[in-house]
Design a protein around this ligand. Structure first.
Ligand SMILES: [Zn+2]
Length: 100
């Protein structure tokens, strides 16, 4: 989920965290059923909404740390790869642990 956006970075909320990865939905790219990544859910050829398009999920290593924090990373996005991403991990993130 996109929280904030400026010239240099975006701020997103992670939807899930586990021992290996932090997952967030990218506001810039969409995945269609043949695995292709598009920059919008609309098909340029047919000018119609692509029914199988879903917001693509990017994952970054969690380092096994499941507690709430903000992680700053270089984006893996092929569509908007120049911006850094700040990933908020909080109590709304699936798998996030509360501070003791
Ligand atoms: Zn992306």
């Amino acid at each position: 989920m996109l929280i904030q956006e400026n010239e240099e970075y975006i701020v997103v909320k992670a939807n899930k965290i586990d021992e290996k990865y932090i997952y967030y939905q990218c506001p810039y790219c969409f995945k269609i059923n043949n695995g292709r990544i598009l920059d919008s859910p609309y098909c340029k050829k047919t000018k119609r909404y692509c029914k199988s398009a879903v917001q693509n999920t990017h994952k970054h290593g969690s380092g096994g740390d499941l507690f709430g924090r903000i992680e700053q990373r270089v984006s893996h996005c092929k569509i908007n790869h120049k911006k850094e991403v700040k990933i908020i991990i909080d109590e709304t993130t699936i798998g996030c642990l509360k501070e003791k």
